[in-house]
Design a protein around this ligand. Sequence first.
Ligand code: GSH
Length: 259
Amino acid sequence: MLQHTHHTPADSERLSELTKRTDSTFELHYFRSVGQGGVIRSLLVLGKANWKDRFETMDSWPAVKPSTPYGTLPVLYETTADGEVLQIAERDVIERYLAKKLGFFGKNEWEEIQINTALSLAKAVMIAFFTTILIGPESALPENKKKFLAEILPNYVKQAEGFIQRNNGNPFFVGKKISLADVMVSSMLDLFLGIEGVDQFINQKDTPLLLKVKETIDTNPELRAYRNSEIYGELNQASMRMLTKKFETYDPSKARVFS
Ligand SMILES: N[C@@H](CCC(=O)N[C@@H](CS)C(=O)NCC(=O)O)C(=O)O
């Protein structure tokens, strides 16, 4: 397997040309859960790409880990029609690359800046959730959950509603079509809406636009078909299990409000 992560300057032009190819197939190397692969899969589905999963299990992973660029998944493999393979590591990088390639990264530089801003605001919330709740110390969990639900998430939600409001009544974060920002925030809401009490500040009265964005994503025909598939059901259950460990009253049925 070609390892493209580190390359010589001479490779750079050639590899850059390969990123422009439109005849590629994709393979997403990740675990059997939605997790950090969810947004990437959604982009591949929305972009009608030719793609498949390469699953790793906790049993198979230790032997495979050293062969990955940075010892973590996801890693994306893109194979062109003539058999060249690009290897791309790191979730954010894969998401932005695919979004650009598949048409979900705005129509000009200014829209890109706005999409990156929306992503940055959302990412801060995800990092707080991940570090203080999902993998944070058990002893600090009650305090961390309180802070997340009373401050971090409600503050973000207000920012996000205002952000969409400034988009001239269009039901997207930026411009007039789905972008990575809409996909990323909707997937975040998929996690958070199941938490008890979140509907006190994410609801039709206080955040109609945020919910409209989620409706646009949830009712997309391609995405809906994928999410109704057996494999997505399995991946989603694995993600939900992580959450029910942290929130005793977690209700996954509240997440897919519109599907
Ligand atoms: N910096 C990486 C982190 C990804 C990450 O945390 N992956 C986890 C799974 S969600 C992983 O590979 N864990 C296995 C390990 O670290 O050995 C990224 O953004 O892609």
